[in-house]
Design a protein. Structure first.
Length: 452
């Protein structure tokens, strides 16, 4: 499902899903209530897990599933009308066991890594880099305030040059091949630094995120697991509508106390279910969560209505729209008008570069061999622009199929049918009326059993 999977990119990043790390430590001279583990940049900038800090010695312990190997932030003292947030950069990978000690208010500068060899390496680099970089920031600020003809400017320039050289040496020293993950982020920092990018960034400044255990990479990742288990199970008897409702409740209900997070995640779910073409889930979101309290929002209700109207424009029993497509010999074909139809006809939307399509080909061929004598026709519609690759790939598919190509790709017939991923399946009857539109091949099989 080449594009379909992208709908959940926010939730499912990398291939280390669900693997546990242990982070523990002691914070001296501060009595924070929580520490919070955060992802770092881009789509990973979100709270993952939190731990209550045990008094009076400021100790804490996290045992949590990380969604990806790489760079994280541990936030201490979250800025809720108290002190500003303090954070520690952490390099994490599955099965890590890290123990830290640090002293307030110099949380980063006083950091000691008791356990975690790669983390020790990265912490040493970070400390040396920051010592140089902070001096550069200060001197550059001073430099801006002096006129160019002031004799002190030459002294500032010499010091800046010396510090830039010292910073370059710091980068050169940290290239130990035993620590590839840390080196990857050191290399990224080197590139950002060369561009003058700001390495630091605020995370939910001043917002109470003590309820962020919702994104512990369990509920949202569980959804992905349920979805794929449903697709690959031998017995597809799960009620997908109830599965979606349960998932929505598990994610949204705990967030009602945090309006900002609730709205962000609600909008994400709307976009995801729109992309994945699940009108039942969208209707449930509207009916249950856009009625009162923090959830009430008439404009969002109207947005969902418009999405549902678009999705339902092509529903069971409606006539399939026509589209001008190309046959392998270059001739124009109007689908489905020019295509001979029988009691049941299957349109498969696929692309050469789609790994899920390649994996599904044996199942398509098996289905065709079992039902072709009952009159099943199959039309395979290719969506990528490379015509040569398409013609090469159809050699591995049955000659009895009708092969068509859409030069407009995803902006062509797939867009008209509201299909956002491959492989996708459209089942229609002898009168060219829609029977089923799905990404689930087992649904196609279940429908065909009723026809033949």
């Amino acid at each position: 499902m080449k594009q379909l999977v992208l709908a959940f990119a926010f939730f499912c990043y990398g291939n280390t899903l669900g693997q546990i790390v242990r982070i523990s430590g002691t914070i001296h001279g501060l009595n924070p209530r929580y520490v919070v583990l955060m992802g770092y940049y881009g789509v990973e900038e979100f709270p993952i897990d939190s731990a209550y800090v045990q008094m009076p010695n400021g100790s804490f312990q996290l045992s949590t599933a990380i969604p990806y190997i790489g760079l994280y932030k541990l936030l201490i003292e979250k800025g809720q009308n108290r002190s500003p947030d303090k954070y520690i950069d952490l390099i994490l990978k599955p099965s890590d066991d890290i123990y830290i000690e640090t002293h307030y208010p110099y949380i980063t500068d006083s950091l000691s890594i008791i356990k975690g060899e790669e983390q020790q390496y990265f912490a040493r680099f970070t400390k040396q880099y920051n010592q140089v970089q902070y001096k550069i920031f200060l001197l550059e600020d001073v430099f801006k305030k002096y006129p160019s003809n002031d004799p002190f400017v030459s002294e500032i320039t010499k010091n800046l040059s010396r510090l830039q050289s010292e910073k370059k040496n710091v980068f050169q020293r940290y290239r130990d091949a035993r620590f590839p993950i840390a080196n990857r982020y050191i290399s990224m920092l080197r590139q950002w630094d060369a561009r003058g990018s700001d390495f630091s960034k605020g995370f939910y400044q001043g917002i109470d995120i003590s309820d962020t255990l919702w994104v512990r990479n369990l509920l949202l990742h569980q959804k992905i697991g349920q979805y794929y288990n449903y697709l690959i199970s031998e017995n597809s008897a799960q009620d997908f509508k109830n599965l979606n409702k349960t998932f929505i409740d598990q994610v949204l209900d705990p967030l009602k106390s945090n309006e900002l997070l609730w709205k962000n995640i609600f909008q994400y779910l709307v976009n995801a279910y729109k992309t994945m073409n699940y009108p039942d889930a969208l209707e449930y979101l509207k009916e249950k969560y856009l009625t009162d309290g923090v959830c009430a929002n008439p404009s969002q209700s109207l947005d969902i209505d418009q999405i549902l109207q678009s999705i339902n424009a092509l529903k069971e029993g409606s006539n399939l729209p026509d589209a001008a497509l190309k046959a392998p010999d270059g001739s124009d074909q109007i689908f489905p008008k020019d295509i001979a139809s029988s009691k049941a006809n299957l349109l498969i939307l696929w692309s050469s570069g789609c790994s899920h399509c390649r994996e599904s080909k044996p199942f398509w061929i098996d289905l065709y061999n079992r039902y072709k004598y009952n009159g099943l026709t199959i039309t395979a519609l290719h969506l990528e622009s490379d015509v040569g690759l398409w013609k090469e790939n159809i050699k591995t598919l049955p000659s009895g199929w009708i092969h068509l190509h859409d030069s407009n790709g995803w902006n062509g017939y797939a867009s008209v049918l509201k299909i956002f991923g491959t492989p996708a399946y459209v089942l229609y009857d002898i009168d060219k009326r829609l029977i089923l539109k799905t990404y689930d091949f087992k649904e196609v099989e279940e429908k065909l059993k009723r026809f033949f």
